[in-house]
Design a protein around this ligand. Sequence first.
Ligand code: FES
Length: 682
Amino acid sequence: MNRRTVRFMPDNRVVQVPEGMDLHRAAAAAGLELKSVCGGEGTCGRCAVKILEGKPEVGGGNLSPRAKKQGLVLACRTLVTDDLVVEIPADSRLADHQLADGSTGRVLAENTYDRLAEFGLSPLCRKVKVKLPEPSVTENGSDLSRLLLGLKEQGVEGDITISLDALRALPETLRQGSWDATVTLAEISCRETGPRLEIVRVEAGHSEAPPYGLAIDIGTTSNVVHLVDMSTGTVLERRGTYNRQAMYGDDVITRIIHATEEKGGLNDLRKAVVETLNGLIESALLARDLDQEEIVAAVVAGNTTMAHLFLGLWPGYIRLEPYIPAATSFPVIRAAEAGLQINPVAPVLTLPAVASYVGGDIVSGMLAIDVEEHEEVTLFIDIGTNGEMVLGNKDWMITCSCSMGPCFEGGGITFGMRAVPGAIQRLEIEPGTYEVKVTTIGGARPRGIAGTGLIDALAKLRSVGIIDRAGAFHRVPNRRWRTGAEGPEFVLVWAEDTEQGNQDIVISESDVKNLLRAKGAAYAAIRTMLQTMELPPEAISRVFIAGAFGSYLNLRDSIEIGLLPDLPPERYSFIGNSSVKGSRLALMSRVARDKAETLAHQMTNLELSEGNTFMEEFVSALFLPHTDLSLFPSVAAVPSPDANAAGAAGTAAASNEAAVGAGEAQSQAQTQVNNENEGQHS
Ligand code: FES
């Protein structure tokens, strides 16, 4: 097939693609993600690009008259039939998505924290070269029996079966290679049944190419795929994008509702995630010029709902008390059953979960660190829409999940947004003048506030005395402080300095209250686990923070607002996307695969709605940093901004207001939690 060159501007990325491929996929092959709300159907109009040079075949689709006038075409409807130069407007790209894969942010360098050497190489698939004797009238056993003998001669032990696909191709393949062949063996076994090997692919002759596999993280928000050389464990390509399931809702609860209450809903969600993954896989394969056939294994990690939706399992009882998943251990299936566009018989292993709200992503994260090896107490936290955490050491592990709401991912906050270019991720407020300095992702003009920026905002508003410990606003003599439609608010960026140019970016009192509830839930969950084990916070020797959000977190501000325990900074490590790292380990090592099963069984799930102190802890944590300041000695040591900001009379008034605000916050929180039983795990 002819190949064509496409140059994407302004990135100046060049890619060679087969003639006839659409521009959407070509961009993905160049590592550039375009928006795709409709999944490439040509109906959403979000993937508009401009052809600068060359003549492609332009199809129809839903493009606005204005866009047409600007000379734009839909990438998903435009086929590469010529060498092209294509401009991708900022509005059409998802390339600003920050890969939650550990390749960005302040993560521990992969090679300084890779447990593969400790686990040892025993990948899910390996290749064995065989040299078979030619058949004759006297040596007339079947081709398969000849192949099995050849494998035994190479020291392959155990029961060996062959996939029907490989068997169908076997006679011709063996003869093409003049009885030299390269056999890809997959380990299909589980611990209980012992090793069972299956021939998934036979190549003619002796191939030097390694077997390739995929480590996959299915997150509620983002999906990440790593292409791995399974002979060494090296990650060759990393791809990530938003989970297309987002079109059916932002959180797991709304997706479960869609799956269970809409006709064909479960299939919609299964299809959406599989399409997302296939887009990423295709892009990685194109970058390495590999065929689908060559990808012979995949390991998937995701929260329990994501695992259910990927496998098409009924998720309805996950959201209903007593929160029962269909399964926590999942069968190994074939890529064709999963719908993944790789070798159809490639085994696809989904990592086991602990419970409905502590999934395989957390088990996978625990594989990537070494809690089970250490005496010292370790805390592992994955912060997203849900906060999932594990506390433990080599003798015990408890885990829990709490709903933090969508605020730290940009939802439910007036100017909240995801961590993409233009999102404020750091800010400073000058005491006295109240001037604000913001830093955005990518240095772009501000468009909104990312979760990490919101944490900074809370800490800084508090430190200059604009909000009190209960999150109530206190008037300061500056025009940035004003009363908006929702009550008091503070202007962070004036409209003329924003990307949109038409609205000031503000943070309001109700935003602050939402943030208090989110951070309060996380801290209360940590405290509840500590109290269950009768441990003080300082007993925690190490804290691992996972997830893209963690990679950009300002540690000091997170402690100041009472989101994280007041521990010395050296006890904290940011480990990026531990879920995809654990998937890779499971892909590469039998020890890791067995350990995943063991860890899932070892962790005791603490249900926060039942028989523990979570609710009291939550109410106590709705303050900055907490009602009990002795839990935050480094914060308590700094003089209170209420005293700095006001005179003696003002201070008294402020204290009163703070006390009233505190009481109000307590009762509001209580009401919210009572009203949101289901929201425990939204
Ligand atoms: Fe929706 Fe192209 S992806 S129109």
